[in-house]
Ligand binder design. Structure first.
Ligand SMILES: Nc1ncnc2c1ncn2[C@@H]1O[C@H](COP(=O)(O)OP(=O)(O)OP(=O)(O)O)[C@@H](O)[C@H]1O
Ligand SMILES: [Mg+2]
Length: 398
């Protein structure tokens, strides 16, 4: 094992008495800057400290691939392949983990392999059994993340806000991932038929029926999550350190989410049928839940998030993530989601940093926090697993 942290030499960390959802073992192979790496944790929050380029975000990215989707960088799966000598033949990259949920434990593995026809194929294993795709992972491990790239979430295009919202939805409704895949599949098929034909109305009807049904349910799940979070955020107001936010669904789909489900499905189906000519001309699908947006308001300032300062926007995001984590813990027998907080501590003043740490501890969430400077995490010492990361090697700090 190339990792500087050898569990046999240093002793595996004592497991915690209080039950948590936590990655207790993480194995990386051929993953970005890691030829091979292994981390063993106690289940407490984890601090990864090290200089720029040490490989901290790569660890968070690896963990994020243990949930549905493309992970926190949203990168192409091939981008994770280590540029440099590969450690062994077989998978192009692998991330494997033991995830503890109280007394239960799950073995999760994911990676990229070469398929029979030479193409690349994502592999997902859950307790040794191959899963059809990463959507199945949402049932096992819930996680949320905040990254420096999300500092511009409220300013940039709706796609990022939609991904953020869908990650929040996934915690409450793991089936959201599978439903979204079905919707997208039908949407691609419809686009293909509109482009290349045959423009068989019955075939298009079938695809639009599938899009309408999954699309309205996707929208319903988004609206339900927003309602839950608004209720949770309203009770946070007293806490004060992080601002109160109010969320709403924006875009053409929002009105459809309010009425009766069957009527909404019929309505979306006819909107899709009515958009065939336009969609064929512009070569994209011009209506549907794949275009919705998340609007966020800073309640006290009565201002849209996009008009708030950079620091205020970050604080709003933290509020939403914390409110969601509390709500999820309540919905899931007390198990808070994993929190992947990339460089979050560095951007907060000492008061907010400590408030965030205290809340993470109170949640009993395994937060994975990165920073270039260990002193940022002083408040947490002795209550976390601390690793220094350097050139793809981990060393546990006592
Ligand atoms: N596919 C890859 N193969 C090899 N190395 C890679 C690959 N992708 C990224 N890297 C390298 O991994 C290194 C660590 O990146 P990472 O983003 O994890 O650093 P970091 O510790 O988070 O740094 P910072 O503090 O600047 O955010 C970088 O030097 C990057 O160039
Ligand atoms: Mg980084």
């Amino acid at each position: 094992m190339a990792s500087a942290f050898d569990p046999r030499r240093q002793g595996a960390p004592e497991p915690l008495a209080a039950p948590r959802l936590a990655v207790t073992r993480l194995l990386l192979a051929n993953f970005r800057s890691y030829a091979q790496g292994e981390l063993l944790t106690s289940g407490r929050p984890v601090v990864l400290a090290g200089p720029n380029g040490a490989g901290k975000t790569n660890v968070l990215d690896a963990i994020s691939l243990l949930s549905p989707g493309k992970g926190l960088r949203g990168a192409k799966l091939g981008d994770h392949i280590r540029k440099g000598p590969q450690v062994s033949e077989g998978a192009l990259w692998t991330v494997a983990a033991t995830v503890a949920r109280g007394s239960e434990s799950y073995e999760i593995g994911t990676g990229l392999a070469l398929g029979a026809e030479g193409g690349e194929r994502r592999l997902v294993h859950l307790n040794g059994v191959a899963a059809q795709n990463s959507a199945d992972l949402g049932e096992v491990v819930q996680m949320l993340w905040l990254t420096p790239a999300m500092d511009r979430l409220f300013i940039e295009s709706a796609a990022g806000r939609r991904r953020f919202l869908d990650r929040l939805v996934l915690g409450f409704e793991p089936g959201h991932a599978r439903r979204t895949l079905r919707y997208e599949h039908a949407m691609r098929e419809r686009a293909r038929l509109l482009k290349y034909g045959p423009r068989d109305p019955a075939w298009l009807d079938g695809l639009e029926a599938e899009m309408a049904e999954t699309g309205i349910d996707m929208t319903g799940a988004r609206v339900a999550t927003i309602a839950r979070l608004n209720a949770a955020l309203a009770t946070r107001e007293a806490a004060g350190v992080f601002p109160c936010a109010q969320l709403s669904l924006a875009g053409e789909m929002a009105p459809l989410a309010e009425g009766d489900r069957d009527a909404a499905i019929t309505s979306l189906k006819s909107m899709l049928a009515g958009a065939r000519i336009t969609d064929a001309q512009v070569r994209r699908t011009t209506i549907g839940p794949h275009l919705c947006d998340l609007a966020v308001r800073h309640t006290e300032k009565r201002m849209d998030a996009r008009d708030c300062s950079t620091g205020e926007q970050k604080a709003l995001l933290i509020s939403i993530v914390l409110a969601d984590a509390w709500e999820l813990a309540q919905a899931r027998d007390g198990y808070a989601p994993l929190l992947l907080l990339d460089e979050v501590a560095a951007h907060l003043d000492a008061r907010r940093r400590e408030a965030l740490f205290e809340e993470i501890l109170a949640l009993r969430a395994q937060a994975w926090m990165t920073g270039t400077d260990l002193s940022l995490f002083e408040h947490l010492h002795a209550r976390t697993d601390i690793f220094s990361v350097n050139a793809g090697e981990f060393a546990r700090q006592e």
